[in-house]
Design a protein around this ligand. Structure first.
Ligand code: EPZ
Length: 428
């Protein structure tokens, strides 16, 4: 078994370069299915979710050339099947994007029900509502979601909940539909804008991405393109919080500061210094840090994908903070792990009350999901003693080279294998 071992309480110092956005990459790669040409995509993060998505396309008949570690050239014109019934599909939530992309191309799609991080029920009713507005019917059989129609015709779709995945899927299904589709109450996340920009670079006619009303005028043909993915907002936010939690001073490069506004605002409220530059932010701690209340919300609100990481920081500031998780039903399971390191967090439904403590103390904890795992790393970096983090495969799904990046900032973190289990101090 692989684990991370962290010896904590070393302030992070130096510079770190942020990779391309995971959640943009896992939407843009399946979007290539809609292209009538070859797509060269730069700034692809080298992470397991992306490798898996590229592999799924290859299994379906696409050619994926890795030009270098962050550039893929994908030719999906040879895909002839509308079925993505592979074991790997089930393990990634973003595989649901294959539904929209295959429906958009073949007017039918069959894809295994999506998996991904487990933090409560993850329905796809809004995705299906969108497909049905475009004329498609659906059924669920043997774990497969099937959608099909004779032809896709644009219409107005009102989303009952703001859903990133449903917004992306409806864009994918409608980009080559007849007529105009309007998505009302659309999600506004940066990766939705990135997907729209990618599709527009191929000749799509999408306007309003980044607002709550997105208009898609269907086109018949999409060229190949050269496109570079935006930097990862959540990876950047994770390093910002890690710098703050260790009392460090870190320049976080290759970011879009506008995408980080809600994270920056909350860090400043806590007492952290954040200096913004054109494509970087510097995070430093120059005084005491104190409590802050946070409610997660769809963009431009505070991202739910930063909630566990900021909770780790709030565990060691002065005073009692309250986090209200308004996006997911069950995204506080990791707090039991943080409490094992000495934090004082009590959870009631979607509310967590965090009483700041003087310090956390290293022990063995689990990465219950991707961002929960990032929170364990932040806690371990800030804690006294040694922290061992198990189930790191969740973390490696979404953070490129996290160990190397942290080591370059001075952290004492190492990936170890089970034989080193014997090195766990007896006190554990
Ligand atoms: C995306 O998931 C992200 N994943 C998640 O990030 C992120 O937590 C989430 O958006 C919210 O920002 C990817 O982009 C691959 P949603 P998604 O549809 O699209 C409800 C990470 O850590 N809902 O916006 O699955 C749903 O239950 C990952 O990088 C419906 O009710 O999220 C939830 O409460 C984890 N019906 C809320 O909407 C639907 O049909 C938001 O979900 C769809 C969603």
């Amino acid at each position: 078994m692989e684990k991370f071992r962290i010896n904590g309480q070393i302030p992070l110092k130096g510079e770190v370069k942020i990779s391309g956005a995971k959640n943009a990459a896992v939407a843009i790669i399946p979007a290539v299915i809609l292209s009538d040409g070859i797509c060269r995509i730069d700034n692809i993060p080298n992470i397991n979710d992306v490798t898996l998505m590229a592999h799924i396309l290859e299994q379906m008949g696409a050619t994926v050339k890795m030009i270098n570690k962050s550039t893929f050239e994908i030719d999906a014109r040879n895909i002839s099947s509308h079925i993505a019934n592979y074991d790997s599909v089930r393990h990634m939530r973003a595989s649901s994007y294959l539904l929209g992309a295959l429906l958009g191309r073949f007017h039918k799609a069959s894809v295994s029900l999506p998996g991904g991080c487990d933090f409560g029920v993850r329905p796809i009713d809004q995705h299906l509502k969108g497909f049905s507005a475009l004329g498609a019917t659906h059924s669920v059989e043997g774990g497969l979601v099937n959608v099909s129609t004779e032809k896709l015709v644009g219409d107005t779709v009102y989303m009952d909940v703001v859903s990133v995945g449903a917004t992306i899927n409806i864009i994918l299904a409608s980009v080559k539909a007849e007529g105009t589709t309007i998505i009302e109450n659309a999600a506004k996340e940066p990766h939705i804008v990135d997907l729209a920009n990618f599709l527009n670079s191929m000749g799509a006619e999408i306007s309003g991405a980044g607002t709550d009303s997105i208009k898609i005028k269907g086109v018949n043909y999409l060229n190949g393109t050269n496109y570079s993915i935006i930097p990862d907002q959540i990876e950047a936010g994770t390093y910002m919080v890690a710098a703050a939690a260790t009392g460090g001073n870190v320049l976080i490069k290759n970011v879009i500061p506008k995408h980080l506004e809600s994270i920056t605002a909350k860090l400043q409220e806590i007492g952290v210094t954040v200096d913004e530059y054109d494509e970087s932010v510097r995070v430093s701690v120059n005084g005491p840090l104190s409590k802050c209340n946070i409610k997660t919300m769809p963009h431009p609100g505070f991202p739910t994908d930063m909630q566990p990481q900021i909770a780790a920081l709030l565990s060691i500031v002065n005073g009692t903070s309250i986090i209200n998780e308004s996006v997911w039903d069950n995204r506080f399971r990791y707090t039991d792990e943080l409490n094992r390191m000495g934090s004082k967090i009590s959870v009631d439904g979607k509310i967590a009350v965090i009483e700041g403590v003087k310090e956390l103390v290293g022990t063995s904890v689990k990465a219950l999901d991707l961002r929960a795992g990032a929170a364990m790393i932040i806690a371990g970096l800030a804690a006294s003693g040694t922290t061992f983090i198990e189930e790191i495969q969740h973390i490696e799904r979404g953070y490129e080279n996290i160990v190397d990046k942290l080591v370059s900032l001075g952290a004492d973190i190492k990936k170890i294998y089970s034989p080193e289990k014997d090195n766990i101090p007896k006190a554990l």
